[in-house]
Write a protein that binds this ligand. Structure first.
Ligand SMILES: C[S@@+](CC[C@H](N)C(=O)[O-])C[C@H]1O[C@@H](n2cnc3c(N)ncnc32)[C@H](O)[C@@H]1O
Length: 257
C-alpha cells in the first residue's frame, strides 16, 4: 500500500485549494456536533490529520483556557494559521505516541477511513483520552453514489473510490459500522449522525467533489478506470446547475472513555 500524500493527495497548490474547500463545506456540520458533545473552556484537544487546520482553529476559540494540538504528516498549512496558542506537530497517528490520558477531545475528519491501521489507531486514541473525554470521527460513506441513476456520475465516483481503496487501503464503507465498532474498541456512550447532502452542479460542494476526483486524474486515466470522455462528462455535470444528485454521505461517530 502507498502512504497518504506520497502521490495521491500530495500537498501542492491544488490540494491546498481542495482542503480549504473541504473546510468551507464541512466545518459547519463538524463544529455543530463538537459543540453539542461539549468542548469545555479548559479542554485539552487533539485534531488528528488537521489538513488546513480550520477545525483546530475553531477549537482554540472554544477552549480559550485549554490547549489545542494539531497534527499532520505535513504541517505546511498549519504553520500559516495566525493562532499563537495552536501547537502544531508532525505526527503519524499510526505510529507516533502521545502520553496516556492527555486529551478531553480527539477529532479526526476524513483521516481514519484512509488508514489500513484504523482499528489499531482507534484503540491507541482511547488511551490518549482522559476518562470522560470523547472522540469524534468523521468519514464518508459511498451508498448515495452507488444508487445514483446517473451512469456517469455513478461510474466516475465509484471508480475514483476503487482507485484510492486499492492504492491507499481506504475503506469507503467502514463508516457504516463505525458506531458499532467503537464499543469493540472500548468506547462508551457511543452515538452517531449521518448527513446526506444534496449535490447540485455548480455549487461549492460539487466543486469539492470535482476537484477531489481531478486530483487523481492521471492514475484514473492511465489505469483505465475511466475514459477521458467520461471525465469530461463528469466535469460538465458537476458544473451544471440543472444537475442534482446526492453526494457521498458524511458519517459522524463518537464515543467516550
Ligand atoms: C482528507 S484530508 C482531511 C484534512 C482535515 N482533517 C479536514 O477534514 O479538513 C486527510 C488529512 O490526513 C492527513 N493524514 C493522512 N495520514 C495521516 C497519518 N498517518 N497521520 C497523521 N495525519 C495523516 C493528511 O496529510 C491530510 O491532511
Amino acid at each position: 500500500m502507498e502512504k497518504y500524500g506520497e502521490t495521491l493527495f500530495a500537498l501542492d497548490q491544488d490540494e491546498e485549494t481542495r482542503l480549504r474547500l473541504l473546510a468551507e463545506v464541512f466545518d459547519p456540520l463538524c463544529t455543530r456536533t463538537l459543540a453539542a458533545l461539549g468542548v469545555a473552556r479548559d479542554a485539552r484537544c487533539l485534531e488528528v490529520g488537521a489538513g488546513s487546520g480550520s477545525v483546530a482553529r475553531w477549537l482554540c476559540g472554544r477552549a480559550p483556557q485549554g490547549d489545542v494540538v494539531a497534527t499532520d504528516l505535513d504541517t505546511t498549512l498549519l504553520e500559516r494559521i495566525p493562532e499563537p496558542r495552536l501547537r502544531r506537530l508532525v505526527h503519524d497517528v499510526t505510529r507516533d505516541p502521545f502520553p496516556d490520558d492527555s486529551f478531553d477531545v480527539v477529532h479526526a475528519r476524513l483521516v481514519l477511513s484512509h488508514l489500513p491501521q484504523r482499528d489499531d489507531v482507534m484503540r491507541r486514541m482511547l488511551r490518549w483520552l482522559r476518562p470522560g473525554g470523547f472522540v469524534l470521527i468523521e468519514s464518508f460513506c459511498w451508498f448515495p453514489v452507488e444508487s445514483s441513476p446517473n451512469a456517469t456520475y455513478r461510474k466516475v465516483m465509484q471508480r475514483w473510490s476503487s482507485l484510492i481503496c486499492g492504492t491507499l487501503g481506504t475503506d469507503s464503507w467502514w463508516s457504516r459500522g463505525q458506531p458499532g465498532s467503537f464499543l469493540g474498541y472500548g468506547y462508551r456512550d457511543v452515538g452517531a449522525n449521518t448527513v446526506t447532502q444534496n449535490l447540485q452542479g455548480g455549487t461549492r460542494l460539487a466543486d469539492f467533489w470535482r476537484r477531489t476526483v481531478d486530483m487523481s486524474r492521471e492514475p484514473l486515466l492511465s489505469g483505465g478506470y475511466v475514459t477521458p470522455h467520461e471525465l469530461e462528462e463528469f466535469h460538465a455535470l458537476l458544473g451544471d446547475g440543472d444537475f442534482w444528485d446526492l453526494a457521498p454521505a458524511l458519517v459522524q461517530s463518537w464515543g467516550r472513555k
